[in-house]
Design a protein around this ligand. Structure first.
Ligand code: XMP
Ligand code: MG
Length: 183
């Protein structure tokens, strides 16, 4: 679906599909340069990172494999607490691998900080993070994110994998959700 199919549910389009694709190609060039000569295991965080993974992976030229994790973080309301439970673990042994965590959005950063420490304890050669979006609140947490697509504002965004109540993941663009949808 695109923004006009979402109708009144979007306050506005924040990033078009073209802007996202252009930025992901730029990130892919930097990631290619960083990993030149080695293999990379891309670890996507379900479900939000599915679209980012699909487009970023196809823009890369270094040899990649892909695996997926699903985690749930508990907190009060919509904020995560940093208490994370693994719902689906990797199928891959990380020993000696270059691991690149692929994320849709970093908000508090608590989930990623936990995830990166967890994967780091499994004997990989390296663990790095690429995220399409980052919110200002992420600055509060001490987690190194090597590649960031866009720094955005505080607003709740949907589309390109990001959902509200599991909807809008298939929206091609990234939009700010209108308040009446969750009010
Ligand atoms: P942290 O631990 O960084 O978790 O707070 C990030 C997770 O929070 C969700 N999130 C959003 N999801 N639109 C969304 O669809 C947003 O604007 C948004 N902000 C945070 C998301 O699940 C992400 O993985
Ligand atoms: Mg997510």
């Amino acid at each position: 679906m695109d923004a006009r199919d979402a109708g009144q549910d979007l306050e506005r389009v924040l990033l078009t599909e073209d802007q996202v694709h252009t930025r992901l190609r730029e990130m892919a060039a930097q990631i290619d340069a960083h990993y030149a000569g080695s293999d990379v295991l891309l670890v996507g965080v379900l479900k939000g990172a599915v679209m980012v993974m699909a487009d970023l992976a196809r823009a890369l030229t270094v040899p990649v494999t892909m695996d997926w994790m699903a985690v749930s973080s508990y907190g009060s309301g919509t904020k995560s607490s940093g208490v994370v439970r693994i719902l689906k673990d990797l199928d891959t042994d990380l020993t000696g691998k270059n691991v690149l965590i692929v994320e849709d959005i970093i908000d508090s950063g608590l989930t990623l900080s936990w995830l990166s420490a967890n994967l780091g304890s499994r004997g990989p050669a390296s663990v790095k993070i690429a995220t399409l979006l980052r919110k200002p609140t992420a600055a509060k947490v001490d987690v190194a994110v090597e590649w960031v697509g866009f720094d955005i504002g505080e607003e709740f965004v949907v589309g390109y994998g990001l959902d509200y109540a599991e909807r809008y993941r298939n929206l091609r663009d990234i939009g700010v959700l209108a308040q009446h949808v969750y009010a």
